[in-house]
Design a protein around this ligand. Structure first.
Ligand SMILES: Cc1ncc(COP(=O)(O)O)c(C=O)c1O
Length: 390
């Protein structure tokens, strides 16, 4: 990995300590450049004509995301965000009272909000897989829940928003495939950070956003829908003329591909931006990115844990590039002021982001650092010195 080139491509990484790729990362310069070019052309000839003339470039979106996920282009659909992709997936299922969703203690806020909505509206039942002492999923408990409840859907977030835990989505996928249960994976914090392979995961749906470790623009994301979903005729509740053809008074014909999840009206400049960010990530290579993330993440965890009073709050056998901590005797306000003073970019995670996890840990807030491969080992030392002085 050519870190010098990568940092040069990340034009504004030198004047700050940017550790917020789990929030919204810094995009490579080429992403902004491609989006600006597209918008300039749109100003010149108008949106419809531009899409007509750039159709091949637009199609590359599905091809690049397909490469990223080891999927076919036909199984990919643009989404406005991870939550948009997630709600489209959930809306495919004809929910009825008593249907069971099995999820985890560490699934994302908006996923839980949607499950609760399904519970309130349709009488869907939500069950959670127990966590083991070290934070990992209790797979024996999942097997037991399946036997007892025969769930309609199993939904697992691989890396939660609020900690460095990596949940074993491959182990869950094996069970879903064996039991023929629909499987929805939230890979929002995984894509762009570690390799994600839908053939290995064996999921029916996978959802993600563009702005985080993918380093794409805001307002972008994508949905993967498996062949099984397409062949069985699942479709999102909200369709338009891009997803289906209106064939008779009371009939329509679905697009055979995951295009059925796309709407006609898309922010094409942003789509081009995420396509370019994905091409960039594919070129650097996800194995390389993950290896560099391991290196800098381990260094930062080691540095922070050596500081008197600092407590790290991430659990799990394998840890992601999300590092959460507090410091004894230091208030939230003091921590924020201390980091802001030194141009450290980070996130504050609070209870509302992950009620179950925060309650279990007895915390109200944590500082979240999320370094990415454009960060350096030297930056990991510098930020730890800043935390030590707060
Ligand atoms: C694990 C996880 N899933 C889903 C989301 C939602 O992403 P979006 O805001 O793009 O809908 C987030 C955002 O932080 C997340 O961390």
């Amino acid at each position: 990995m050519n870190i010098e080139k990568i940092r040069k491509d990340t034009r504004f990484c030198e004047d700050k300590l940017f550790l917020n790729s789990a929030g919204s990362s810094l995009v490579p310069a080429i992403v902004t450049q491609k989006m600006k070019e597209f918008l300039d052309a749109e100003e010149e000839i108008g949106g419809y004509k531009l899409v007509e003339t750039r159709i091949e470039e637009i199609k590359e979106f599905n091809i690049e995301i397909g490469k990223l996920l080891n999927a076919k282009a036909a199984n990919i659909s643009y989404a406005y965000s991870a939550t948009d992709a997630y709600s489209k997936a959930l809306s495919c299922i004809p929910w009825k009272a008593g249907d069971v969703i099995i999820t985890t203690n560490n699934d994302y806020t908006s996923n839980f909000l949607q499950f609760i909505n399904l519970e309130n509206r349709f009488g869907v039942v939500i069950k959670r897989i127990d966590s083991l002492e070290d934070g990992d999923l209790n797979i024996a408990h999942l097997e037991q829940l399946i036997l007892e409840k025969r769930p309609t859907l199993i939904a697992v977030t691989e890396i939660p928003t609020n900690s460095g835990l990596i949940q074993d989505i491959v182990a869950v996928g094996e069970i879903c495939a064996r039991e023929d249960i629909l499987y929805l994976v939230d890979a929002c914090q995984s894509v762009g950070q570690i390799p994600v392979d839908v053939q290995k995961i064996k999921c029916d749906f996978l959802t993600a956003t563009g702005r985080k470790f993918m380093r794409g623009p805001r307002g972008t994301g994508f949905l993967f829908a498996s062949d099984r979903i397409l062949e069985r005729g699942y479709s999102p509740l909200c369709l338009d003329g891009a997803g289906a053809e209106w064939t008779a008074h009371n009939k329509y014909k679905l697009q055979p591909t995951a295009q059925r999840f796309t709407l006609f009206e898309l922010p094409f400049a942003s789509l081009i931006g995420l396509k370019e960010a994905t091409r960039y990530a594919n070129e650097v290579g996800l194995e390389n990115i993950a290896a560099q993330n391991q290196k800098i993440g381990t260094q930062l965890r080691g540095n922070l844990s050596a500081i008197p009073g600092v407590q790290l709050h991430d659990k799990g056998d394998r840890l992601a590039s999300i590092i959460t901590f507090t410091k004894e005797g230091i208030s939230k306000e003091q921590m924020i002021a201390g980091l802001d003073d030194h141009r450290v970019f980070y996130s504050l995670s609070s209870r509302q982001h992950a009620v179950i996890d925060f309650e279990e840990k007895g915390l109200d807030w944590v500082i979240r650092f999320s370094p990415h491969y454009f960060n350096t080992l030297e930056e990991m030392d510098r930020v730890a010195e800043i935390v030590e002085r707060i």
